[in-house]
Structure formats: C-alpha cells, structure tokens
Ligand binder design. Structure first.
Ligand SMILES: C[S@@+](CC[C@H](N)C(=O)[O-])C[C@H]1O[C@@H](n2cnc3c(N)ncnc32)[C@H](O)[C@@H]1O
Length: 214
C-alpha cells in the first residue's frame, strides 16, 4: 500500500447504527466518495451485479437498497439491468446518484424505519452493497427485503465478515430458510472488501450472500 493510502476517512470501520449520524457522515463524504472507493479498489458492486445477472433477466426491476452516490447502480446497469431504483438515507449522495442518470427513481429513505414505504412484491431483485453494517436489526431488515421482493425474486447482499459472525447471520438466514421464507441460500467465503484501505485490508473481509424469495 502506498504511504497514506487508505488513511482518509479513518474510522470507517467503526459502526453507528444511528441513521441521522450515518446520513451526515455520508453527506460529508459524498463529493469524493467515488474517488476514494476507487483508490481502495472497491469492487463489491460489480461482484454483486454479476451474481444477480446470473439469476435474473435484464428486464427485471431492481432495487439498489442503500445506493449511495450510485456506484452500485452503475454496476447493475453495466451488467445489463435496464430498470434500477435507488433508496438511501444520505440526501447529498442521492443528488450525486441522480446526476449519473442510471436510476429510474431515487428516494430518500431510512431503511431502519419499518415498514419501508414500498409495496409488497414490487421488485424482482434487490441488492444491498456495503449497507448492512449500519442496519442493526438484521432479521427485521431481511424480512422487509422479502416483503418487497416478489416470490421467485432474488436478493444479493454483502456483509462484513466480523459483523456476519457477531450478528449471527448464518443463524438468521437458517431461521428464514427454516420458516420457508427463502431458499437457495448461498454464502461466499470471506473475500477482500477494501483491499487498499488500511483498516480493512486483509483484516475485515466480506461475505457475499444470495437467496431466492419463496
Ligand atoms: C458504503 S456506502 C455503499 C453505497 C453503495 N451501495 C455502494 O456500493 O457504493 C453505505 C450507504 O448506506 C447508506 N445507509 C446507511 N444507513 C442507511 C439507512 N438507515 N437507510 C438508508 N441508507 C442507509 C449510506 O447513506 C451510504 O450511502
């Protein structure tokens, strides 16, 4: 790693589950977020888009849940999806996402306020990339994802390896599967997330998860 590379935005690995604090944090970061993430060699959006493309047709309507400045939406569009909506709690990030022109709709939304103001079964697919860190009710969040994605639709998300363990994601997913809400659950091995960020590097990795809504 080059000297100093990854030292910007120190404290990124510290978690706040307070949506107002998170909104402020990402509002303040929004203007150079894309550039910084590129420096850290962030490629989770591309990985997630390819996983979804393997499961759903390009005509599918996709929600980018926690779209930020639009990196994940751009990856979905590049992978071939024609209709992508985005929601996020950071107003300034949404403004930048809007300028990218890749989203059909963009909405300011706190995804910790249930129920989300989205109709049942509205989406064929949903991606949530780099966001679950901030959403403290894991079961509640995944239940909401299941409600707004139609039966047969697909959810793909990332979760940091440390939080995947701490928040018992394996058990949460087993529970939803056992109750018959989801099937075909796939959990990747931990993979590099922000390889050139000194807090993450080879210390905090990420799991990629995909499943089908029953
Ligand atoms: C690491 S960024 C990921 C953004 C985008 N998915 C990407 O891959 O570049 C995390 C995003 O989650 C959003 N976020 C965090 N908590 C949220 C909440 N409660 N509701 C909606 N968005 C939230 C932040 O505003 C931020 O844009």
């Amino acid at each position: 790693m080059e000297p100093g590379k990854g030292s910007k935005h120190r404290g990124l690995s510290n978690i706040s589950g307070n949506s107002e604090d998170v909104a402020k944090y990402y509002d303040n970061w929004s203007s150079d977020y894309d550039e910084t993430l590129a420096e850290w060699r962030y490629d989770a959006p591309e990985q997630v888009a390819l996983m979804l493309m393997a499961e759903l047709s390009r005509k599918s309507v996709i929600l980018d849940a926690g779209c930020g400045t639009g990196i994940s939406g751009r990856a979905l569009r590049s992978a071939g999806f024609e209709t992508v909506d985005g929601v996020d709690v950071s107003r300034r990030s949404l403004k930048i996402a809007g300028m990218s022109g890749v989203y059909s709709t963009l909405r300011l939304m706190d995804m910790q306020r249930f129920p989300l103001p989205i109709a049942d079964g509205q989406y064929d697919g949903l991606v949530c990339v780099g966001v679950l860190t901030y959403l403290t009710d894991s079961t509640g969040t995944l239940r909401e994802f299941n409600r707004i994605v139609r039966s047969g639709g697909v959810v793909v998300f990332t979760q940091r390896s440390d939080l995947f363990a701490k928040r018992n994601f394996r058990t949460v997913l087993k529970g939803l599967s056992g109750e018959g809400w989801i099937e075909h659950v796939r959990i990747s091995e931990p993979r590099p997330y922000l390889p050139d960020n000194e807090e993450f590097g080879d210390k905090i990795l990420v799991h990629y998860v995909s499943y089908t809504v029953v």
